[in-house]
Ligand binder design. Structure first.
Ligand code: PLP
Length: 423
């Protein structure tokens, strides 16, 4: 039998009865989120970060409006990267003063809306973008405040995906900053008041997080020493990872606290009026989510057992390996009782593509048509990172478990701008 055996790494197995009921009631495929887990992760990250660090939720991880609003209600601001994310945030009750907006390719219309709304942390990523903001603000007869996304000189190792410290489309290289700042100073309708950096994501080592923080705070120090006259905020990024695969261990948050607190303390002692920002998507929501699929058929092909399910990579591309160099399984549970014998399965979806595998060589109880499977760690980069239109299968519903109740937080016909629901 081909394939690797995957040992489940989720801390708790799912309550089978509850998830079976949800599968019956809402149909499968189905995304289920657990608000208690999100609340726990918000509290964990808060406790680990310096009390004066302002935390932002990166909506790209899961832009479901009910998720967004629930997190905001815990005092976490929003980090946003697109016009629809902005509309979702506004419909979820997030005020422009609590929005950090970035992205290397914003349109003129997007910038006009951001300037008109007065988005507080408006991050610009090139000299041409600064000039566009100058033009927009000039037309409105106002001065727009912006933060510069910087690409620091240093590279920090240890992130799965590097967004800075190398040749990147994001931000402005640190070496070019003196020139860019001088050009910005000559513009009368734009004022640089912030700095932002984001060096990488999926980080599981405390040392790497601390190195990122140091890198950004030192860059801010250098710029303040080198002529940046005003600084209201500096964003140090985030990249807090979670374990997905066997062999990966949890990020040690106590170690993160121990290594980063002195850095924040020292910076904030010297610059007490500067607000320090951090952002996180995956860490806050990934472990709260499961993607439920139902087995439709089982078959054997050339010695390999397949379970063919009703959901696949069109709705959870990351579970099939998209975005990773090496395809490794997400934790998968069979929500069945009392079956002793185990077998290794490739779990496919309904697509006409051999790549439609959400698990390869997964050891599970012997499966039958009708069995429910749960792909865990599905709360982040699930639907948002998937080619949902591929083959035009029906879209999945999303349900949130909160306060002992299941709330449908996105119905099949609510793609685009879904309504916000009370939890
Ligand atoms: C600028 C920026 N901020 C935040 C994030 C969110 O990262 P994560 O979900 O790993 O916390 C990303 C992810 O790519 C990013 O590029």
């Amino acid at each position: 039998m081909k394939g690797v055996m995957i040992v489940g790494i989720s801390e708790q197995v799912l309550p089978i009865d509850l998830y079976q009921r949800l599968g019956e009631q809402y149909g499968t495929p189905l995304y289920v989120y657990d608000m208690a887990v999100i609340e726990q992760r918000v509290a964990d990250l808060r406790q680990c970060l310096h009390p004066n660090v302002r935390l932002f939720y990166s909506m790209k991880a899961n832009p479901n409006p009910s998720v967004v609003r629930a997190i905001y209600r815990h005092g976490v601001y929003s980090e946003i990267c697109s016009p629809l994310e902005l509309e979702i945030a506004l419909s979820a009750g997030i005020v422009p003063a609590h929005i950090l907006y970035l992205g290397p390719g914003k349109s003129a219309a997007e910038l006009e809306r951001l300037v008109a709304l007065g988005v507080r942390y408006l991050i610009v990523e090139s000299i041409q973008e600064i000039a566009l903001v100058q033009k927009i603000a000039g037309k409105r007869g106002m001065v727009a405040e912006v933060g510069l996304r910087i690409n620091p000189r240093e590279t920090v190792r240890g992130a799965r995906l590097k967004m800075g410290g190398a040749a990147r489309q994001f931000g402005i290289d640190e070496d070019q900053l003196p020139e860019v700042l001088a050009a910005a100073r000559a513009m009368s309708c734009v004022r640089v008041v912030g700095l932002h950096g984001y060096l990488g994501t999926r980080i599981l080592q405390a040392d790497t997080i601390a190195a990122n923080v140091r890198c950004m705070l030192e860059a801010a120090d250098r710029l303040l020493a080198g002529g940046l006259s005003e600084l209201r905020y500096v964003g140090v990024g985030g990249g807090f990872g979670i374990p997905y695969h066997s062999g990966e261990s949890r990020l040690d948050l106590e170690a993160v606290a121990l290594r980063t607190r002195p850095l924040f303390d020292s910076f904030l002692r010297r610059y007490p009026d500067v607000e320090v920002l951090a952002e996180s998507g995956r860490f806050l929501v990934a472990e709260a989510g499961s993607y439920l699929v139902r087995v439709r058929y089982t078959k054997r092909s050339q010695g390999v057992e397949f379970a063919i399910a009703d959901g696949g990579v069109h709705q959870f591309a990351a579970a099939g390996g998209a975005g990773s160099l090496v395809k490794r399984n997400y934790p998968i549970e069979a929500l069945v009782c009392g079956r002793g014998e185990q077998r290794m399965y490739h779990i496919s979806g309904p697509l006409c593509s051999p790549d439609d595998l959400i698990g390869r060589g997964v050891e599970l109880p012997v499966l039958q048509p009708g069995d429910l499977l749960a792909v865990r760690q599905a709360g982040a980069y699930g639907l948002t990172f998937s080619p949902v239109l591929f083959l035009s299968h029906p879209l999945p519903r999303e349900v949130m478990l909160a306060n002992g109740q299941a709330v449908l937080v996105r119905d099949i016909d609510e793609y685009g701008l879904p309504a916000v629901r009370e939890l």
